[in-house]
Design a protein around this ligand. Structure first.
Ligand SMILES: [Zn+2]
Length: 114
């Protein structure tokens, strides 16, 4: 198997940094929210919706961060690119799109189905 792990390692570190910055700015925004009581109802609803979107973003970002760390550990362990479920090779194009993928596309689909 010929996976260019140094390149994926760099991509993982880059993505990790990007997500951490995004999380930081999400948290900054939360701090700057106006105090309750200052808002008209419509504005409050918008703020609530914004916060829900932020929370979802934050949740997804945190999940990806965990997966990136796991992928970096696999790079160090020399198991990067192998499916965590069936042990087969994860498709190269899948790794290009999701460098932190731990399952091959077949196992991923299986997991989502079931
Ligand atoms: Zn698999």
């Amino acid at each position: 198997m010929s996976i260019d792990t140094p390149r994926f390692r760099a991509a993982l570190l880059e993505e990790r940094e990007r997500i951490e910055k995004a999380l930081e700015s999400l948290r900054d925004e939360e701090v700057e929210e106006p105090a309750a009581g200052d808002n008209h109802l419509a504005e409050t609803a918008t703020a609530t919706l914004d916060r829900e979107i932020d929370d979802t973003l934050e949740e997804n970002s945190m999940r990806v961060l965990v997966e990136i760390d796991a992928a970096l550990a696999r790079v160090d362990a020399g198991t990067y690119g192998a499916c965590a479920n069936c042990g087969g090779a994860i498709q190269a194009e899948r790794l290009e799109a999701y460098p932190w993928a731990s399952l091959c596309i077949d196992c991923k689909r299986e997991a989502e189905r079931g």
